[in-house]
Design a protein around this ligand. Structure first.
Ligand code: NAP
Ligand code: GLV
Length: 310
């Protein structure tokens, strides 16, 4: 059994090859570029594979995404149908996302951008905000990351709502399910966090219609995928004040081009897709374990539902 690895940079690919080889003694682990016999490759470990790369390996048993999302694998138009896709999750990833969401929700809640502006102007300006239980915060997506983020916000005392396809209980969180309950979820929401997977059903969901349904002056935190956001609609909602502030970690084009208006927009905070990057040492251990488990049993906990898209 051999394992091939592809990441967009050679340096990162080399690191993952060395690490996985050390964790999987007896397995032939190499960079996709160095594979001499494509027919021998059973597992392909990837981040943003180039279209057509996966189809070159006729005997693959599974593709492994170095990350929780599988949209970057499903984006390949030549992806062989029915090929199992395994994602990479784990406690480190969840912990990092909880930190990111807590940081940015608290920052919007306490109106830190305006407070910092007051400091720059040497203005002793006390900004009084509602106490957290009087602040409605919504989390879209209640999977591994969304449910953990929503629980964290509820523990901080926020009036926390969560929305998912099927619904389901999250302690301390008022949950909403499906398209029928979406408007109720959004209505009155003052800070909205997006943690949905990118699928045909969720692409462009952060658009004018959604912004109009939020409480006036709401804040938006997008830490899922750039293609969830209709960028022009956000700029328009910021211009009218319907959206007051936004934190964006993900973008349609990454790295964000240097001339993108988001970089210097006074109401937008840009972070470079760092909300929850898997810790490489932990991630490699998880991937090696998932490959061995899948190879032995034909399944593993992180097996995604490729037909569903996440
Ligand atoms: P997950 O465990 O697969 O959970 C997805 C959640 O979204 C589930 O609650 C699901 O509902 C819900 N959902 C899916 N389609 C929906 C729809 N059409 N309407 C309503 N709810 C829908 O995903 P995860 O591990 O939490 O990760 C979420 C996303 O975060 C990833 O896909 C990735 O894009 C992003 N991410 C970003 C970073 C970063 O650093 N910025 C890091 C990691 C991940 P059901 O359970 O009811 O189906
Ligand atoms: C990162 O964006 C991931 O999908 O893990």
């Amino acid at each position: 059994m051999s394992v091939a690895v592809y990441l967009p940079t050679e340096e990162k690919t080399r690191w993952w090859v060395e690490r996985l080889a050390a964790l999987m003694p007896g397995r032939d682990v190499r960079s996709l570029r160095q594979v001499a016999a494509p027919g021998s490759v059973r597992y392909l470990v990837v981040w943003r594979p180039r279209p057509g790369d996966i189809a070159k390996f006729a005997n693959l048993r599974a593709v492994i995404s170095i990350g929780a999302g599988i949209d970057h694998v499903l984006a390949d138009p030549d992806l062989p149908p029915g090929l199992p896709i395994i994602r990479t999750t784990g406690r480190d990833l969840t912990q990092r996302m909880r930190e990111y969401v807590a940081l940015h929700v608290l920052r919007h809640h306490r109106d830190m951008p305006r407070q910092l502006q007051a400091q720059r102007e040497r203005d002793w300006h006390a900004i009084v905000v509602p106490v957290a239980p009087n602040r409605v915060v919504g989390v879209m997506g209640l999977g591994n990351l969304g449910a953990a983020a929503a629980r964290t916000l509820a523990d901080l005392g926020f009036a926390t709502r969560g929305w998912s396809r099927r619904g389901g209980a999250v302690p301390g969180v008022e949950t909403f399910a499906g398209a029928e309950e979406f408007a109720g979820f959004l209505s009155g929401c003052e800070i909205l966090v997006n943690l949905l997977p990118l699928t045909d059903a969720t692409r462009g969901i952060l658009g004018a219609d959604l912004f109009d349904r939020l409480a006036p002056g709401a804040c938006v935190v997008n830490c899922a995928r750039g293609a969830h956001l209709v960028e022009e609609d956000l700029l328009a909602a910021l211009a009218t004040g319907q959206v007051r502030q936004a934190t964006l970690d993900v973008f349609r084009q990454e790295p964000l081009p240097s001339d993108d208006p988001f970089w210097h927009h006074p109401a937008i905070t840009v972070t470079p897709h760092v909300a929850a990057q898997i810790d490489p040492a932990t991630g490699a251990r998880l991937i090696a374990d998932n490959i061995e488990t899948f190879d032995a049993t034909g399944t593993c906990d992180d097996l995604a539902d490729a037909a569903r898209g996440y």
